[in-house]
Design a protein around this ligand. Sequence first.
Ligand SMILES: C=C1C[C@]23C[C@@]1(O)CC[C@H]2[C@@]12CC[C@H](O)[C@@](C)(C(=O)O1)[C@H]2[C@@H]3C(=O)O
Ligand SMILES: O=C(O)CCC(=O)C(=O)O
Ligand SMILES: [Fe+2]
Length: 360
Amino acid sequence: MDQIPLMRCPKANNVGHAAIPCVDLSAPGAAAAVADACRSVGFFRAINHGVRAAITDALEAHAMAFFALPAQDKLDMSGAARPLGYGSKTIGSNGDVGWLEYLFLSVSSNSVEISSLPPSLRAALEAYTAAVRELSGRVLELIAEGLGVDRGLLRGLVVGREEGSDELLRVNHYPPCPLRPPGECGVTGFGEHTDPQIISVLRSNCTAGLQIKLRDGRWVPVSPTRKPSSSTSETRCRLQMHICMQVLTNGRLRSVKHRVVAPEAGAHSRLSVIYFGGPAPSQRIAPLPEVMREGEQSLYREFTWGEYKRAAYKTRLADHRLSAFELRAATQPPAASSADPQPHCSSCMQPPQQQVAKVH
Ligand SMILES: C=C1C[C@]23C[C@@]1(O)CC[C@H]2[C@@]12CC[C@H](O)[C@@](C)(C(=O)O1)[C@H]2[C@@H]3C(=O)O
Ligand SMILES: O=C(O)CCC(=O)C(=O)O
Ligand SMILES: [Fe+2]
């Protein structure tokens, strides 16, 4: 606990509702709405997305049962996260910590690679992955349409490739944290970062905690949706456009920064499931000529997905992971760690790295 950072927590208000786009994926204008959301916020809530509530409910129930097991059983079933497997409080291998435990799995070709998981959890993970993979493909088609390029161009990078793809599933469990931080502080569940894949689809239970950073620098809480009624089968679904989309579109679509504050003592646990879609390691990534204007300079050098992933795993959560691939450093938006005003804790007024629980 001494090592878990605190963060200044914005008070929940209505700004989040107004600022976070909600897109009906079955509506005629969906392509334009999705592309707009990706340009402006890099994040949206999706409704009528076709992922059945029965699938998400089953996964939620089996995942909660898994996390309720003794720590040693969870480790025995999944192995310690390196990076795949079961992890608790440490994120990645470069010193990031948070008040959570998680399962991190490769789900390429819909085969969950950790065979010693309980069969019911494994089946629920596979059913969920199949549904969300299909949804991701449709959303990538909508984004392409909204950008005015061939519908299959982005989908083809992630879904249905013969050489495989880089698909990951992460199940995060944030138990209520017994620590009561002072003032407007919260305990970090998952520190500030952008996801490094092409697309992330997030589903969470009805517990708050997720925050996104708007372009104007404000952190806004993403309020949890109410329990869906069976007739709508609505699931909260967050879709983020990430790093390589930023490269593929030469900076037109930007990754959204986000973080999670752990639930307070007495609150419900938060459970989130995130599907991360990326291409095969050999895939070459560079700005797509189709989206660039005539004479437009490429902001990034070409690299392979494998090269990028290796670099990403050497970074810490809050690092700007594209700097090694940028071509015109002077005209780029400056790296997150140096340019953005860091969220200070209003009680201790220390930068986040020093805001460890022990201070209070
Ligand atoms: C600190 C790290 C954890 C992470 C790999 C990394 O080195 C930098 C990116 C992190 C991140 C953030 C989004 C996802 O949760 C994640 C699974 C990913 O792909 O990149 C995590 C990585 C992780 O937990 O291993
Ligand atoms: O738990 C959440 O809601 C978000 C977690 C997250 O951002 C991640 O795992 O990359
Ligand atoms: Fe994330």
